[in-house]
Design a protein around this ligand. Structure first.
Ligand code: NAD
Length: 494
């Protein structure tokens, strides 16, 4: 049996846990309702997932609050907390194949990515934050004599995390790691089409010794479970990753409830700028290709616009065409596949609607561009040239394998175009002159900038954006500040 067939069979035979996970155990939704979770790969019914609603969120938040108020986790000896988080990371490693399969079945992503990127990255994030627990110190402020002022980080209480479907496990771990390391309790509301990996992560956390109620998962629809969580009066913070439209609602829900903190990680339209002195156009083309087509473009920081300074386009496009011809597009369970289908028909139709725009303002299709229909969720990698900087194709987040190319007269023009969207998540610049590249990078309005590369990411560096990309920052030690509040304690020494 081929490896592809073996994975396909495992995917069909999978019987995942799909109830809510509250207070350390799997439970049905209070209403008994479920929703069908279909595979994007072949449409089979993966599972019936508990459809959490207000009552389930209330129950999960009450458990999380009780555990927090009891101090079971918050006040545990830091070294013991660290041991539990490290054991949890170990279990995530031991269950790598199962987690990768759950993620692949839910999202349609290539199994090789789920195995080699999503599962190990999530494990590393939990491990890294576990390590911070007994290595971060608070402060003594340099106040005038006769007094002592301690500045300590205090956990916030119950954190609500609402996550999308494009990298469910990785994004969930970005919230879990710092929130739990800081002593908070958390209720996660996964996206409708990707609940399974979060549930397994919670089960493994409890198996590692995390007290019941610290990490709860309530699957369900955004408008019901998501809204109930974001409006809950006992939730101290909402950590949200998703679309701008839903991000706005988070702010509104917070304002209309308890003014909880809101941390937003939203979309992007990241620019890859190729200046005319880029000396390795072949490397640039390969990097550009991966930057947009990885995960079929369903990446918030996907490098979805290339801005090419006059003089290098012809050679760059020749390399890009070569990349596209050798890029392996196909069955998600074939270990050689580099890009598979989109997550859902809804997403496919959304991408189709952008393909309809090609040619309307003089755009030229260079590669791909065909719409698909029915059960076919695979859209070929697409490259479109001569896109106007202010057109919808250049301004809106497509969230599919669609790369648009925009001409720039010179460096000034390139910078204006690169910064000319409402987003500010990520960007790259290519130049063989490092001084020029640095100066350009400084002027790019983006939370992450790469020089002569793209997509170098690590838990040790913060990730987030400016403007409509949301101002939240996941990862790194800075995220610890996001999941805590500063408390000053004065002592009179006189
Ligand atoms: P979405 O906003 O539709 O959904 C995200 C989450 O919000 C889901 O769990 C959904 O159930 C929930 N939700 C939806 N409506 C809600 C409501 N009214 N109240 C409460 N919760 C609600 O986004 P999506 O389609 O799942 O994800 C794609 C978007 O996420 C893209 O725009 C992408 O760029 C963005 N994204 C950003 C980052 C980042 O780190 N900046 C990472 C991944 C994805």
């Amino acid at each position: 049996m081929s490896e592809t067939n073996a994975w396909q069979i495992r995917a069909v035979e999978l019987q995942p846990q799909s109830k809510a996970f509250i207070d350390g155990e799997y439970v049905d939704a209070a209403s008994g309702k479920t929703f069908d979770n279909f595979s994007p790969h072949d449409g089979h019914l993966i599972s019936k997932v508990a459809a959490g609603e207000t009552e389930d969120i209330n129950r999960a938040v009450a458990c999380a609050k009780k555990t927090f108020d009891d101090g079971t986790w918050r006040d545990m000896n830091p070294r013991d907390k660290k041991i539990i988080m490290l054991r949890w990371a170990e279990l995530l490693g031991e269950h790598r194949e199962e987690l990768a399969l759950l993620e692949a079945v839910d999202t349609g992503r290539p199994i090789s990515d789920a195995l080699n990127v999503d599962a190990p990255n999530s494990m590393q994030v939990i491990q890294w934050y576990g390590e911070t627990i007994d290595k971060t110190y608070d402060e003594v402020a340099p106040v005038p004599g006769g007094a002592l002022a301690l500045v300590t980080r205090e956990p916030l209480g119950v954190v609500g995390a609402i996550v999308p479907w494009n990298y469910p496990m990785i994004i969930t771990s970005w919230k879990l790691g710092p929130a739990i390391a800081m002593g908070n309790s958390i209720v996660v509301k996964p996206a409708e089409n990707s609940s399974l990996s979060a549930l397994k992560m919670a089960e493994l956390a409890v198996a590692a010794g995390l007290p019941n109620g610290v990490f709860n998962v309530v699957p369900g629809f955004g408008a019901e479970a998501g809204q109930a969580l974001a409006r809950h009066m006992d939730v101290a913070k909402i950590a949200f990753t998703g679309s701008g439209a839903t991000g706005r609602k988070m702010m509104q829900y917070a304002a209309e409830s308890n003014m909880k903190q809101v941390c937003l990680e939203l979309g992007g339209k990241s620019a890859q700028v190729i200046l005319s002195d880029c000396s390795d156009l072949e490397k640039a083309a390969i990097t550009i290709g991966w930057a947009i087509y990885y995960n079929a473009g369903q990446t918030c920081n996907a490098g979805s616009r290339i801005i090419v300074e006059r003089g290098v386009k012809e050679e760059l496009f020749a390399h890009l065409n070569k990349f596209l011809e050798s890029f392996v597009v196909g069955d998600q369970f074939d270990p050689n596949t580099q890009m598979a289908g989109l997550v859902s028909k809804v997403q496919r139709d959304r991408v189709n609607s952008y393909l309809d725009l090609i040619g309307q303002e003089g755009e030229k299709l260079i590669f791909g561009g065909q719409k698909t229909s029915g059960d076919n969720l695979l859209i070929q990698p697409t490259l479109i040239d001569e896109v106007k900087p202010d057109s919808r194709l250049a301004q809106e987040e497509i969230f599919g394998p669609v790369l648009v190319a925009i001409d720039a007269k010179d460096e000034v023009d390139a910078l204006r175009i690169a910064n000319g969207t409402e987003y500010g998540l990520a960007a790259s610049v290519w130049s063989s002159n490092i001084t020029r590249a640095h100066k350009f990078a400084r002027k790019l309005r983006a939370g992450t900038v790469w020089i002569n590369t793209f997509d170098m990411l690590d838990v040790v560096t913060p990730f987030g954006g400016f403007g409509a990309s949301g101002g939240g920052r996941d990862k790194s030690l800075h995220a610890l500040d996001d999941y805590s509040g500063l408390k000053t304690t004065w002592v009179d020494l006189n």
